[in-house]
Write a protein that binds this ligand. Structure first.
Ligand SMILES: NC(=O)c1ccc[n+]([C@@H]2O[C@H](COP(=O)([O-])OP(=O)(O)OC[C@H]3O[C@@H](n4cnc5c(N)ncnc54)[C@H](OP(=O)(O)O)[C@@H]3O)[C@@H](O)[C@H]2O)c1
Length: 313
């Protein structure tokens, strides 16, 4: 099985999750971590990926490379989301198989489960209903990745796994106005409103503020990734989340209190920008294997806000 002497390839090691996994493996003493920058290897290029695997011969592969974005990016660039993710996953999974990779971890997301299903969501509910239209292309690509690893496991007895995290936040998050997820977007928007004077301290947020979101610090997912990397298990999908779930409105008020209580929050009430109303994950499968989030939400939120303010003064 995989241990600290195994050769582990982290695809996407510069991203938010990939860089956290890199730090976690280093901390745990892994001696043979393989990485490569996107400029040197575009993972959409099938031939280049094949050559890379043939040369490097990794024992384990973690797919943290993906085309990722918030609700507006998903609405405006569906072709990029389906095309890039299908290509990246397919190239890496098939090259992993032809090079006898012992363990592979792909990342899905809580947002690829159908929109109107019973909550908290169990892994078995994948493909049990209609998808959220705003990120359908992304979800279809990710579901194809899951079905691909499920098929390889069945046909070739491989040990490939998909971890399904909830909304993440933490170091190296994307704060781009058009492309970010909800939590970094709240921090950025509330902080810029706090810089204004008097009555201008107003922040306009998308949607109604009513959808609920479950959040987890990215380092916890990296910890789960290393935990499951060493395990041989029969399941193909495992949810990774936390007990922290609030409405967007509540997250916004909490962040406002921490940054500047004088900021006034207004929602544009555009229901199209709400996305799914709730997507709480059922975490009993991960718990049954012995993994549980240890996150102190208030402490890590403080750290993330402080880090953002220090780098954007
Ligand atoms: N962030 C979340 O809240 C969240 C929640 C649930 C699941 N996930 C899953 O976690 C995984 C990682 O997400 P993330 O938030 O860490 O994303 P991220 O910060 O955008 O990182 C993605 C990485 O993939 C790389 N990449 C993209 N296209 C590539 C290509 N064609 N060739 C080589 N590298 C490429 C990017 O490189 P460049 O930076 O150079 O483009 C980047 O380093 C994704 O599968 C996502 O679905 C994320």
């Amino acid at each position: 099985m995989i241990n600290i002497n195994s050769k582990v390839f982290i695809a996407g090691h510069n991203g938010m999750l990939g860089s956290s996994i890199f730090r976690e493996l280093k901390k745990k003493g892994y001696k043979n971590i393989i990485t490569i920058n996107k400029k040197k290897l575009d993972l959409r290029n099938q031939n280049a990926v094949r050559m890379f695997f043939k040369k490097k011969k990794p024992d384990a592969v973690i797919i943290a490379a993906a085309k990722v974005g918030g609700i507006k990016a998903n609405i405006h660039y569906p072709a990029n989301f389906i095309n890039d993710n299908l290509q990246i996953q397919t190239n890496i999974i098939s090259s992993s198989h032809s090079n006898n990779v012992k363990k592979l971890i792909l990342f899905g997301s809580s947002c690829i489960y159908p929109k109107s299903i019973k909550k908290p969501i169990k892994e078995s509910q994948i493909m049990s209903g209609v998808l959220e239209s705003t990120n359908e292309s992304y979800a279809i690509a990710k579901i194809a990745g899951i079905k691909m690893i499920e098929s390889f496991n069945r046909q070739y007895n491989t040990n490939y796994l998909c971890l399904m995290p909830c909304n993440l936040f933490g170091p190296n998050d994307n704060y781009d106005t058009k492309n970010s997820h909800f939590l970094p977007a709240l921090i950025k928007k509330i902080y810029s409103a706090s810089k204004k004077k008097g009555k201008n301290k107003v922040v306009k947020l998308w949607g109604t503020g009513k959808p609920k979101r479950e959040v987890l610090h990215v380092d916890e997912v990296a910890n789960a990734c290393e935990f499951f990397l060493k395990k041989k298990i029969k399941k193909t999908i495992i949810n990774i989340g936390s007990p922290i779930e609030m409405t967007i409105k509540n997250y916004a008020s909490l962040i406002r209190k921490k940054i500047d209580p004088k900021v006034l929050i207004k929602f544009n009430n555009d229901k199209k920008l709400d996305g799914v109303m709730r997507k709480k994950l059922n975490l009993s499968l991960a718990n049954s294997y012995g993994w549980k989030s240890k996150m102190n939400f208030m402490r890590v939120l403080d750290e993330v806000i402080e880090d953002y303010i220090n780098t954007h003064r």
